[in-house]
Design a protein around this ligand. Structure first.
Ligand code: IPE
Ligand code: IPE
Ligand code: MG
Ligand code: MG
Length: 288
C-alpha cells in the first residue's frame, strides 16, 4: 500500500477503532453463535475501510465529530462487507478467498454465509440508530433512507453484473459504466452524501457531494480494473465486465485523469480537499 499521509493515517486509525468497537459491542450482545462468528469474521479488520474513511473525513470537514459519524460509517462498511460475503458465494463469483483469508462461506458454510449477508442489512440499520450520537431524528431517518437506497443500487448492479457474465452478453462502455455506478459508486456516493448530511451541510453542498461520490466511485472501480489488468489478473468470466479490457489501457488512463479533474473541480468550493488528496494518494494513476 502506498505511503499514507499523516492526516489519512490518523483518520483511518480512528475509523478502524470506532467501527470495530461498534461491531463488537453489537455482536457481543448475543450469546455467540455461528452467525456472530461469521459476522465478526467478515467485519474484522483487513479491508482498506475506504468508505467509512470518506464518511468520517467528509463529516469532520463539514464540522461534525466522531460520536456523530460512527454509526453511519460502521453501517456503510457493514453493507460493503455483506455485499462481499454474498459476492463470493458459488452462485455469484465463486471466490474461495477474500482479503487473503478463506471467504465467509468456505469458513462457515454456504447457509451461514447467506444468512450472515442477510443479517448485515438490519445490522446496518441498528448501527445507524444506536451509534449516531447528537444527530436529530430526522437526520437519522435520512441516513436510513440513504443506506437503503444505496444498498438497493448495489443489488441492481450485482444483478446486471451476474447477467452480463452468465449470459455471456456483449457489452459496451455505457452499460458497464451504469453497472459500476450501481455496483460500486452507489456506496461511495452514500459515503460523501452521508458525511455531509451528518454535519448538516446544505442542499447545494450535498448535491456536489453526490456528484463527487459518483465520480469517485467510477474512479475507484476503473483504477481497480486497471490494476487487475496491469497485474495480468486472469479472473475467469470477469474479463468482459472489465472496463479496461473494453476501453484499452490508454483510454482508461485518460478517463481516470478526467474523473480526477472533475472531482477536484467539484471540491474547490468544499472543505474536503485534504481528504480527496489523501484518497488520491492511496490510489495513484500510473502513467505507463
Ligand atoms: C472491493 O472493494 C470491491 C470493489 C468495489 C472493487 P474494496 O477494494 O474497498 O475492498 P476492501 O474492503 O478494501 O477489501
Ligand atoms: C464486489 O465486486 C462486490 C460489490 C461491489 C457488491 P467484484 O466482484 O467486482 O469485486 P471483487 O473482485 O470480488 O473484490
Ligand atoms: Mg462480483
Ligand atoms: Mg467478486
Amino acid at each position: 500500500m502506498p505511503h499514507l499521509n499523516e492526516y489519512l493515517k490518523e483518520l483511518r486509525d480512528r475509523v478502524e477503532q470506532g467501527i470495530s468497537l461498534a461491531f463488537l459491542d453489537f455482536t457481543g450482545k448475543f450469546e455467540e453463535s455461528n452467525l456472530e462468528r461469521a459476522l465478526q469474521y467478515s467485519l474484522a479488520a483487513g479491508g482498506k475501510r475506504i468508505r467509512p474513511v470518506i464518511v468520517a473525513g467528509t463529516a469532520e470537514a463539514f464540522g461534525a465529530d466522531q460520536s456523530q459519524w460512527t454509526g453511519f460509517a460502521a453501517a456503510l462498511e457493514a453493507i460493503h462487507c455483506g455485499s462481499l460475503i454474498h459476492d463470493d458465494l458459488p452462485m455469484l463469483d465463486n471466490d474461495d478467498t477474500r482479503r487473503g483469508r478463506p471467504s465467509c462461506h468456505i469458513k462457515f458454510g454456504e447457509a451461514v454465509a447467506l444468512l450472515a449477508g442477510d443479517a448485515i442489512l438490519p445490522l446496518a440499520n441498528i448501527l445507524i440508530l444506536q451509534y449516531s450520537q447528537d444527530i436529530s431524528p430526522s437526520s437519522k431517518l435520512d441516513l436510513l433512507r440513504l443506506i437503503s437506497d444505496s444498498t438497493y443500487e448495489v443489488c441492481r448492479g450485482q444483478v446486471r453484473d451476474v447477467e452480463l457474465m452468465k449470459e455471456a452478453r456483449q457489452s459496451d462502455s455505457e452499460t458497464l459504466i451504469r453497472l459500476h455506478q450501481e455496483k460500486t459508486a452507489a456506496l461511495f456516493k452514500a459515503a460523501f452524501v452521508g458525511g455531509g448530511l451528518i454535519a448538516d451541510a446544505g442542499p447545494e453542498q450535498r448535491e456536489k457531494l453526490a456528484r463527487c461520490g459518483e465520480s469517485f466511485g467510477l474512479f475507484f472501480q476503473l483504477a481497480d480494473d486497471l490494476d487487475d489488468y496491469q497485474e495480468g489478473a486472469d479472473q475467469e468470466g470477469e474479463e468482459m465486465v472489465n472496463l479496461v479490457n473494453l476501453l484499452g489501457r490508454d483510454e482508461a488512463r485518460l478517463r481516470l485523469n478526467a474523473l480526477k479533474s472533475e472531482i477536484e473541480e467539484l471540491s474547490t468550493s468544499m472543505p474536503i480537499k485534504p481528504l480527496l488528496e489523501a484518497l488520491f494518494s492511496l490510489i495513484p494513476v500510473e502513467d505507463g
